[in-house]
Design a binder for this molecule. Structure first.
Ligand code: F6R
Length: 617
């Protein structure tokens, strides 16, 4: 989604702003812009890619020590240059520019009031109200810092903003509530201080590794020689400066053609990192989830999992695991549904949120809603330390997947699954449902996961071959049963989001209750076929498809002994991996969607209409 970069330095910051936007491209955007201060306030905007913005900035020869920049993912108002950020307000000798991530919910009321005051609006965005609001304060004598501090009190909704004023040429002011914003503290080549703002650490690694995560409601003023922070109550605040562990290499493509491909192949390492503390141990301890975990997990009587998209699918797999191994009831809800419905809060519920980014607006709101209902035992499984979800949960487990840049989630999903399996075992142990022998067996199987996944990745050439036959299709069905049904759902989601082929997943037993009507010669049916307790039932479902002429593409455990025949294509994987099988079976589905997308020539890493972190509703 939208991205922000801001800089206050003593050198030309335009290349820094543009490189920062480039690093944020993966989040998804449709226009970009920047504004700089160097005597004048200059603004350059472009619909399309950051490269287009760079061309325009080069043509305009902008060169300045202070500036703000933005990539916009349209919410209010179409994809036009007028709607691209920064937004501008001018009059009475003052000029203001603002960039904004998030949504201002009361923008209509503010717009009406500002129009009455004589402000003219040039865009359809909610952001423009912030520019005029700040301008109205500056004109009445406030400094930029004072103006932003009083303005944000009037904003309802979610925002991260960065603002500059022509009257204060070395200052950028930022603020956040609901959307991430961090401060970067740096030193230029001649040893002089410089400070930055960004919505994501990756934008700043080019200039500094030292960052401070701003808290909800914080307002920060940065200048080359320092910065000042006030908190939501307008009181002076200090936020710890931490050294980011993100390495610049981790966000480079290296030998790969696409981030998605890189991230699929990074999965064995990502799982090994995530399970590092577990795999070395002979027994699992609740403290893996936080200091209070033994007490909280011990009193847990049921579990509510809240998440979106791929992370929701991870939650569905966890339901099967937790109910079968730990014997605790689990419900899994799409966060955007849960947050708006009346639900019955049960005592001693552990609320688990799952998220790659830790900033997904619906998941954050669902967590807040669950807490309002009195469910205060919370755990988040997340890939981003210091993210809002981590900070708002009592317990946490970090998936150590490293940065995931491709919009289609891959390694974040498998590391979520690995983490949820650890949680399942810990819950089972705390509730006396896992004896030492079984615990040892399962830890041994987990230790083997990275190697097993390397083995699965060897199926890539065969999958690439299938992808050529898939590429001309416009529809596909995915089937799975039991704990592999959510894996079929994940396979369908991956295919549709990057190849734009319409794909649906069904629990294979549901076929004859409706979807079988769709099956004919032109319908490819992808089947997840582990050699588990349901394999004979699944084989009957395959017969139902073949009998209607549907072409089967089956990813089967080697020990299922399903033979290829006319219309039945088989890729044999490993022997059955027991309860960990879903973590392996999703990998060929990721590869399939990747290669189908390549064959169709779609934008693998930045599929149309999608954003990486969905920080607005
Ligand atoms: C699909 C995908 C999305 C995300 C969803 C939640 O490949 O990535 O469905 O899973 O937007 O995002 P997080 O996990 O960041 O909360």
């Amino acid at each position: 989604m939208c991205g922000i970069v801001g800089a206050a330095a003593r050198r030309n910051v335009v290349p820094i702003l543009i490189e920062g936007l480039r690093k944020l491209e993966y989040r998804g955007y449709d226009s970009a812009g920047l504004a700089t201060l160097n005597g004048n306030l200059d603004r350059v905007r472009a619909v399309g890619r950051v490269a287009d913005l760079q061309t325009r900035a080069d043509q305009a020869r902008v060169d300045a020590p202070t500036g703000i920049a933005h990539t916009r993912w349209a919410t209010h108002g179409g994809v036009t240059e007028d709607n691209a950020h920064p937004h501008f307000s001018a009059g009475a000798g003052h000029e203001i520019c603002v960039v904004h991530n998030g949504i201002i919910e009361n923008h209509e009321a503010l717009r009406r009031r500002l129009r009455e005051q004589g402000y003219v609006f040039h865009s359809d965005t909610d952001t423009e109200v912030i520019a005029h609001l700040v301008h109205s304060r500056v004109v009445s004598g406030d400094t930029l810092f004072e103006a932003v501090r009083s303005c944000v009190r009037e904003l309802q909704g979610a925002y991260a903003i960065a603002v500059i004023s022509k009257a204060e040429p070395d200052t950028v002011v930022g603020s956040r509530r609901g959307s991430p914003l961090l401060l970067g503290v740096g030193v230029d080549g001649s040893g002089k201080g410089e400070n930055f703002l960004a919505s994501d650490t990756s934008a700043l690694l080019q200039v500094t590794k030292y960052v401070a995560y701003l808290e909800e409601g914080d307002v920060v003023e940065i200048r080359p020689d320092g910065y000042t922070i006030v908190d939501a109550d307008d009181a002076p605040a200090s936020r710890p400066i931490v050294e980011s562990q993100l390495s610049a290499d981790a966000i480079e493509l290296g030998q790969y053609s696409h981030y998605m491909q890189k991230e699929i192949f990074e999965q064995p390492g990502a799982i090994a990192n995530t399970l590092e503390m577990v795999a070395g141990a002979s027994a699992l301890s609740p403290e893996l989830f936080g200091a209070d975990a033994a007490e909280i997990l011990g009193r847990t009587r049921q579990i509510l999992i809240l998440a979106c998209g791929t992370s929701f699918h991870a939650g569905l797999v966890a339901k099967y695991w937790i109910e079968s191994i730990a014997k605790l009831p689990v419900s899994v809800e799409i966060a955007s549904e849960y947050r708006y419905r009346d639900s019955v809060a049960l005592p001693d519920t552990l609320v688990i949120t799952i998220s790659q980014s830790g900033e997904t607006a619906d998941t954050l709101a669902a967590l807040q809603y669950a807490k309002q209902l009195g469910q205060s035992d919370t755990l988040t499984i997340c890939n981003v330390p210091e993210s809002a979800l981590i900070r708002q949960s009592k317990l946490r487990f970090l998936t150590r997947a490293g940065p995931e840049i491709g919009v289609a989630s891959t390694k974040a999903f498998t590391t979520q699954l690995a983490s949820l399996f650890v949680l399942t075992m810990v819950l089972a142990k705390v509730h006396g449902r896992l004896d030492a022998k079984r615990e040892h067996e399962l830890i041994t199987q987990m230790r083997h996961l990275p190697a097993a996944m390397n083995h699965i990745l060897e199926c890539e050439p065969a999958v690439r071959h299938w992808a050529q036959r898939f590429a001309p299709k416009e529809h596909a069905l995915f089937l799975g049963r039991g704990v592999h049904y959510p894996i079929a759902m994940e396979g369908a989601l991956k295919l549709k989001e990057i190849s734009y082929i319409h794909a649906e997943a069904y629990a294979a037993g549901e076929l004859k209750h409706g979807p079988l009507a769709l099956v004919d010669r032109s319908m490819p049916v992808v089947v997840v076929a582990p050699n588990d307790a349901l394999i004979e039932k699944l084989k009957s479902n395959l017969q139902e498809v073949r009998a209607r002429g549907g072409e089967l593409y089956v990813f089967a455990d080697r020990d299922t002994h399903i033979d290829p025949s006319d219309g039945v294509n088989i890729i044999n994987l490993h022997d059955h991996a027991g309860p960990l099988s879903p973590i392996l079976h999703v990998v060929p589905l990721q590869l399939l969607s990747y290669h189908v997308s390549l064959a169709r020539g779609t934008d693998v890493d930045k599929p149309r209409n999608l954003a990486k972190s969905v920080t607005v509703e």
